[in-house]
Design a protein around this ligand. Structure first.
Ligand SMILES: Nc1ncnc2c1ncn2[C@@H]1O[C@H](COP(=O)(O)OP(=O)(O)OP(=O)(O)O)[C@@H](O)[C@H]1O
Ligand SMILES: [Mg+2]
Length: 464
């Protein structure tokens, strides 16, 4: 595509010299326009010149050549306005011996160059040409780097605790391999963030990362979501459809909440992990794929497999590399940095000017146990920032009630052991949670993620 002729705007008095310069620039590859004074120039800065067709690209001039100081023209002011409208505009000022000092000042304000009268047209042309190619380069670079950022933006894992630092360095080490990774961690600890970082740091980063969230799907469609199906393989399958494995070919497949995969599908999944091949539901054709699998879970798969709910061989296949993301309460050193990061992020997102957090509020945040982990912390900060007007720090009174009125909590050990029944585990969890919140049932139910009525029923059932 040929480059458009660069638009130049000349702001100077009506004179034979101005007319000659206009012609000269037009003959030398520019589309030159003329404004007789400052006011006219202001109007032409962001509007197409009246004699252009006003086509698609109706941006202002790329080059502005202006008298620095003359009757009805204030070159400096014009420079400032032009730069504000288009920071990349190339401004050249015409000075005379008496306005040299002013011209130097203009350079500080962002003028590209200045020329002394009497004007030397070829010299001026050379300067303008250099200015335009410089400006086009700058805007191309900023455009490219924006697109690069977009493409390679690394999910930033914030954390200065030792465990998180170690976790991040393991992530960096294993990202380049094709090894299957199992990420274990409570809800909201950052499992998906880590999965995305693994993909972005891998040689597969230009390919897709495809996600399947098993808990959101009913058991009987997980198989066809993963492996696809052939036309007519079941009622409603009126076309062949590719599954996530095929969609993720050459890239990464992120299987979230893998514990929810039904046993029949576990067998098929095991085979793909071993042989990288499978058949679509209702088909005979063997499909081969090159996919890196990352799985996440908040349930202990080893416990599930001890109880026969998860294939042990699949568990071993998955955990070639296992990453344990510790709950936030076990790495409270991360809280201050996370708080700071989220305040900055939410200020940007919601146009707020929160300056930080007071000591008192920060202390409460450190005391709290964050059952919803980093997600809960992030949501809490977002809510607080949204409701804060003006330039000030978040204070205790801005905290949600649960944090403001918390009683000191001790970390409780549930004393779980392999071989315990689910009922026994549930009983202990409820007991410990109730104790930790001073038997505030409403809070306990919230932490446990169950309804208040369910909590009452379970208390009765377990005789608590
Ligand atoms: N270390 C961290 N640094 C910055 N942001 C984080 C960090 N950990 C988690 N987050 C943010 O917290 C939120 C929850 O993280 P994510 O979705 O990865 O958690 P998860 O472990 O997958 O949770 P769930 O089990 O509920 O799906 C996201 O908005 C994520 O960006
Ligand atoms: Mg998740």
């Amino acid at each position: 595509m040929p480059l458009q002729r660069p638009r130049a705007l000349i702001v100077d008095k009506d004179s034979a010299e101005t007319a000659a310069l206009l012609d000269f620039l037009n003959e030398n590859g520019f589309e030159a326009h003329w404004a007789k004074d400052g006011e006219q120039a202001f109007n032409m800065l962001d509007r197409p010149a009246p004699d252009t067709a006003g086509g698609v690209d109706s941006a202002g001039p790329e080059v502005l050549i202006s008298e620095l100081r003359a009757h009805r023209v204030d070159g400096i002011r014009l420079l400032q306005v032009a730069k504000k409208r288009n920071p990349e505009v190339c401004v050249i000022l015409i000075a005379d011996a008496g306005s040299l000092e002013l011209a130097t000042e203009a350079m500080r304000d962002g003028a590209y160059d200045f020329q002394l009268r009497p004007l030397n047209f070829p010299k001026l042309l050379a300067v303008v040409q250099r200015g335009v190619s410089h400006q086009r380069l700058v805007s191309r670079i900023s455009d490219l780097s924006e697109r690069l950022d977009e493409r390679f933006r690394l999910p930033v894992i914030t954390g200065n605790s030792r465990v998180m630092q170690e976790l991040c360095s393991r992530v960096a080490q294993i990202a380049s391999t094709k090894a299957t990774v199992l990420i274990y961690g409570e809800t909201g600890t950052g499992k998906e963030l880590i999965a995305r970082a693994l993909h972005q740091l891998s040689p597969r980063k230009d390919e897709r990362i495809v996600k399947l969230h098993c808990a959101e799907l009913s058991e009987n469609i997980i198989e066809s979501e993963l492996f696809g199906h052939e036309k007519g393989s079941f009622t409603g399958a009126d076309q062949q459809r590719k599954g996530r494995f095929e969609l993720a070919d050459q890239g990464t497949l992120f299987i979230d909440e893998i514990s929810e995969i039904p046993p029949s599908v576990q067998t098929k999944l095991l085979r793909v992990l071993q042989d990288r091949q499978f058949e679509r539901v209702g088909g005979n054709e063997t499909v081969k794929v090159d996919v890196r699998v990352i799985a996440a879970t908040n349930k202990r798969l080893e416990l599930m497999s001890a109880r026969g709910q998860f294939r042990e061989d699949l568990y071993y296949r998955l955990r070639v590399i296992q990453l344990d993301v510790p709950p936030l309460r076990e790495r409270k050193e991360d809280i201050p940095l996370l708080v700071e990061t989220f305040i900055r992020e939410m200020n940007r997102e919601h146009g707020r000017k929160v300056t930080g957090i007071t000591r008192g509020a920060a202390d409460r945040m450190m005391e709290y146990d964050w059952p919803g982990n980093v997600r809960e912390l992030k949501n809490t900060i977002e809510e607080m920032v949204v409701f804060t007007q003006g330039k000030r720090a978040l204070d205790v009174s801005d905290l949600p009630i649960a944090l403001r009125e918390q009683r000191p909590q001790r970390a409780v050990d549930l004393n779980l052991a392999v071989g315990m029944s689910m009922a026994e585990i549930e009983k202990r969890a409820i007991e410990a949670t109730l104790r930790s919140v001073g038997h505030d049932k409403q809070r306990a139910a919230k932490i446990l993620g169950i309804g208040l009525r369910t909590l009452y029923r379970k208390q009765k059932e377990y005789g608590l």
